[in-house]
Ligand binder design. Structure first.
Ligand code: ING
Length: 298
């Protein structure tokens, strides 16, 4: 059966001082609610184990405290165990150190608690150096390297699936790398402050641009998308919610109403994607790759 209930577990603020244990306890509650509502898979946000620390200029010790050196680990084991006990798969975003390299990472875990896909964020927004005059920064280029795992896609119990992270969702190439590999569902976590540029006309459209990016990405690639926000007023930074599940038609199947911990669900039918792939977005019949060389060479 190609239908199942997909859940998105939106999370409200995580404080700078929150322990991993306190955060994982919230995630287990969200997982249980999703399961109670029939969910087979749950999408958690980007950097879901800590506050969005790239908003600050950090000393090296505190900076290092925000990364995971292994996954699962003592803090996240209870989440993996509960998910396996309930038979629910999940996507989880976190900051990763591997051999001295720092990544903004997300994993897809199957219903047995096994990591079946790992993705490292390719599109890092903001700057490496602080912008003078700002109190809240966006320093992902300071704290992470661009992902080095490409855009992996896996055949899973939840469909042919891929993972993206936050800013990736604004770049058509990111979705296309997944759909060219046959992906029919994409999982995305995000942390999106509403003051990215300081230009009010731009920042005023932050919620609109989130929805526009997700609806366009889903429709133009005939994919289901489950997108989970970490949101609310987190250490003085207001981050948008608007978590949503978007159908291959571009229609919004479910949307969060709050800016706190909130589960949304939709019963998705993967075969809806194939209708679009057989007609308007039949890549084999309609795409002309030899005409697109600028996209990969520029
Ligand atoms: N955050 C934001 C995102 O791409 C941003 C950066 C905020 C861009 C607001 C544009 C507008 O959603 C992350 N973490 O990528």
């Amino acid at each position: 059966d190609r239908r199942y209930v997909l859940a998105v577990a939106q999370m409200g603020p995580i404080a700078r001082s929150d322990s991993r244990a306190a955060v994982v306890a919230r995630q287990i509650e969200l997982l249980r609610e999703a399961h109670a509502r029939g969910a087979a898979f749950v999408v958690f946000p980007e950097l879901a184990l800590t506050t969005f620390f790239p908003r600050w200029i950090l000393g090296e010790d505190e900076r290092q405290s925000f990364y995971e050196t292994e996954m699962p680990n003592a803090d996240t084991a209870p989440l993996f165990a509960e998910a396996a006990r309930l038979g629910v798969g999940f996507y989880l975003g976190y900051a990763e150190i591997e051999a001295g390299h720092f990544f903004n990472t997300a994993i897809v875990v199957d219903r047995a608690g096994k990591i079946i896909l790992k993705y490292r964020k390719v599109h890092l927004p903001g700057t490496a150096e602080p912008i003078p005059g700002r109190t809240l920064h966006h320093l992902e280029k300071r704290y992470f390297e661009p992902g080095n795992l490409g855009f992996p896609v896996a055949r899973t119990d939840y469909g042919i699936a891929g993972a993206l992270i936050c800013n990736d969702r604004r770049w058509p190439e990111a979705y296309r790398m997944l759909s060219l590999q046959g992906a029919e569902v994409g999982f995305i976590g995000y942390n999106t402050p509403d003051d990215h540029t300081g230009d009010f006309d731009f920042d005023n459209l932050t919620s609109f641009h989130n929805q526009l990016s997700l609806q366009a990405g889903a429709y133009q690639n005939s994919m289901w998308l489950g997108a989970a926000a970490k949101c609310g007023n987190e250490e003085g930074s207001r981050m948008i919610g608007d978590s949503m599940i978007v159908a291959p038609s571009g229609q919004i199947a479910a949307q969060a109403l709050t800016t706190g911990d909130e589960v949304i669900t939709a019963r998705i039918d993967l075969d809806m994607a194939s209708l679009y792939r057989r007609t308007i977005f039949d890549f084999a019949r309609h795409r002309e790759p030899e005409q697109y060389h600028l996209i990969t060479t520029r």
